[in-house]
Design a protein around this ligand. Structure first.
Ligand code: G3P
Ligand code: MG
Length: 243
């Protein structure tokens, strides 16, 4: 099996992360999957934004959870990246799913609930996946292991993934114990031992965030299941050398 290319926050090197232009570009580049980050608005709408605050990626300040969805819609989530993307909007998870549904894309929805443990985030996300019949193509990931356990209580069959950047003894066993089907690790944790351990447990191994050709090469050589990259076009080009 070839290593799949997941666009990290979309094609986020070339367009503002987690926005429609960035997802559309990733799709056009031929990425097999898209990774995106979910936070909750004040009125309980799952929205796609990486940070808990809007400061870095919009023209405003404050916590996402202090803005209603409508208020978030008034922010400019593109100008910080470049003038070309002025007035690009934050989108809801629902709009993203509507866009992704007719396309052959795998989805990785990262719940950003390791800093703020948003109430009912799991159920809200799950209900949307059911509504758009996307459960089978989606992996739910989080740095928060408790959230992964909560997700399993909603649907024990849904694919979940533990995210970590920490060297933890017995990581693969621990991940298995959470009922997760995948482990998403930072590149510095990648070695042949973790690849082997995951294989033995039938656990998918995906690596973030891989933007340099040398790191891509290592992932392809070790046959990791996927990489997350801000530059899917470059990753796909590099991968050809290994086909
Ligand atoms: O899901 C992989 C990666 O996105 C995790 O870290 O901070 O980029 O969301 P972060
Ligand atoms: Mg992420």
């Amino acid at each position: 099996m070839k290593t799949l290319v997941f666009a990290h926050r979309g094609a986020s090197k070339r367009a503002p992360e987690n926005t429609m232009p960035s997802f559309q570009l990733a799709y056009e580049m031929g990425a097999e999957g898209i990774e995106t980050d979910v936070q909750l608005s004040k009125d309980g709408i799952p929205v796609l934004i990486h940070d808990e605050t809007v400061r870095r990626t919009t023209n405003s300040v404050g916590f996402v959870q202090d803005y209603t969805y409508e208020q978030l819609q008034n922010l400019d989530a593109g100008s910080w990246f470049s003038e070309k993307y002025e007035n690009t909007r934050i989108i809801s998870l629902e709009d993203f799913l509507i866009w992704a549904q007719p396309k052959q894309l795998q989805l990785n929805i990262e719940l950003k609930n390791n800093v703020i443990d948003y109430e009912n985030l799991e159920k809200k996300v799950y209900d949307l996946l059911i509504k758009y019949k996307l459960v089978k193509r989606t992996t739910i990931s989080s740095f928060n292991p408790v959230s992964l356990e909560r997700f399993k209580q909603i649907d024990r069959k849904i694919a979940t993934a533990l995210l970590t950047s920490q060297r933890i003894n017995g990581l693969v066993d621990y991940t298995s114990g959470l009922g997760a089907k995948a482990l998403h690790i930072k590149y510095r944790l990648l070695n042949s031992k973790v690849v082997e351990e995951c294989r033995e447990k039938d656990m998918k191994l995906r690596i973030y965030t891989i933007n340099r050709a040398g790191a891509m090469k290592k992932c392809f050589q070790l046959h990791t299941d996927a990489i997350f990259t801000d530059v899917p076009d470059i990753a796909i080009e590099q991968r050809r050398l290994f086909e």
